[in-house]
Structure formats: C-alpha cells, structure tokens
Write a protein of this length. Structure first.
Length: 117
C-alpha cells in the first residue's frame, strides 16, 4: 500500500499557489555532487499573473512568463533574444521549499530553494 500512495502523490498536480513568491537557492548539485557556485545570488520570483524573474551567477538574468503542467514548470524568457520554452521538473514543493530537477548539457542538476519574505 505505501508504494501506491507514493505513486499517487508523484502523479498529482502541483498547487500553483505555492509557487508564487520569492525563492533563494540554498543548494545546487549535479549527479548528486555539490556544484561550486555563488549560490547566494541565484533567486527566482514568481508572481500570480504567471510572470517570473530569474537572477543567476555571472549577472545572468531572465524574465518572462511561466506555467505549470502536472509536475513540470515551463518558462519562456522574453528578456533575452534567444527566447525558447524551457521545462524543469518540480520534484518537491511546499509553502517554504522548492526542488527543481533539470538537464544541463546531458547532466542532471538539482536546485534546492527556500521561500524568502
């Protein structure tokens, strides 16, 4: 029975309202190993009108629209000229924590973020 329960939770959609707010990166790993980066500067903002902003390392910025489909977060960056839709998997979302799994150049990355006031 626990396996069925875990399967049902894994397939459930994500509560869109939990995503709204400001998020700060606290841990970044690749293939299970920590990535050396200035994680203090990495943050997201998601607003209730499906707009987002991202600030990364090396002064990289994105802004545009987002939507959630099942457990995937899709973003379209309208700030930079190379506008393409990106998708990451939301593997964990609570009122105060967000874990995003992505593929970066064939390597699996996991971002762990916390909500900030």
């Amino acid at each position: 029975m626990p396996v069925l329960f875990a399967f049902m939770i894994g397939c459930a959609g994500v509560d869109h309202n939990l995503l709204v707010g400001n998020w700060q990166l606290i841990e970044l790993s690749e293939g299970g190993a920590p990535v050396e980066a200035d994680i203090q500067v990495v943050r997201f903002h998601f607003d209730p009108n499906n707009q987002y902003q991202f600030h990364g390392t090396l002064n990289y910025k994105e802004a545009g629209t987002y939507y959630i489909d099942e457990q995937y977060l899709f973003t379209v960056d309208t700030l930079n000229r190379a506008t393409t839709e990106k998708a990451v998997q939301i593997v964990h979302l609570t009122p105060d924590s967000l874990f995003l799994k992505m593929n970066d150049g064939g390597k699996e990355r996991l971002m762990k973020l916390v909500k900030v006031k």
